[in-house]
Write a protein that binds this ligand. Structure first.
Ligand code: CO
Length: 214
């Protein structure tokens, strides 16, 4: 095996030792319970590691990642993670965290074909289409890219808020907020985009999507 590969196993042993050095019961305590208060939906980008960014320890954040942090309402993977985290784990917050410089978003703004991923990127193009006039009015290329990264995140937060899963949780009186964040690769800092939804009332501008649960 390559040196790189062997190093991964070695790193794991060192990590275990470092945890046991602080608390001999560390893994015993973790093995039977999982009650994270938060679901993180982020980009697969290796530079945006969910746990590290928010200083979360094992057990503190449930994570779903895909290219460009998309919330696609027919994606069984995302729906399964969402349903499990809301209805079984009872998370109180869901954060959609995108990032500036996102390759998936950049690809969606152009016409190059990359492979099967073109089909996934089409979902980002749908998001672009909703904001086409505003995006194309921006002259500066970096500014255009940054604003679309933010708009895409906001669109995904709305997509999340109008899922049947989130709406049903609200209708049952479950405390649940969904938020949109953007992460700066060059600063390490996150910014709250101010698009928090905490009840049915917050989706009043998208009333066509509202579901009545009895
Ligand atoms: Co990305």
């Amino acid at each position: 095996m390559s040196e790189f590969y062997n190093k991964l196993i070695e790193n794991n042993k060192k990590w275990v030792e470092s945890k046991l050095a602080i608390d001999l019961d560390y893994f015993n305590k973790l093995k039977n319970v999982q009650t994270p208060p938060l679901l993180w939906i982020g980009c697969s980008d290796s530079r945006v590691p969910a746990n590290e960014v928010i200083g979360a320890q094992p057990g503190e954040v449930f994570v779903h990642r895909n290219i460009a942090n998309m919330v696609i309402h027919s994606d069984m993977n995302m729906l399964s993670v969402l349903d499990y985290s809301i209805n079984i784990l009872k998370v109180k917050h869901v954060i959609v965290c995108g990032h500036y410089g996102c390759g998936g978003v950049k690809a969606a703004m152009g016409s190059s074909t990359i492979g099967i991923i073109d089909n996934w990127i089409r979902h980002i193009k749908d998001s672009y289409r909703f904001r086409k006039n505003e995006i194309e009015a921006i002259v500066d290329e970096k500014e255009k890219f940054d604003r679309f990264v933010e708009w895409n995140i906001k669109q995904q937060v709305l997509n999340l808020a109008i899922t049947s899963i989130v709406q049903e949780a609200w209708s049952k009186g479950q405390k649940l907020s969904v938020h949109g964040w953007v992460y700066g690769l060059d600063t390490g800092l996150v910014k709250d985009l101010g698009v928090t939804f905490s009840s049915h009332h917050d989706i009043k501008n998208s009333s066509i999507y509202k579901l009545n649960f009895n």
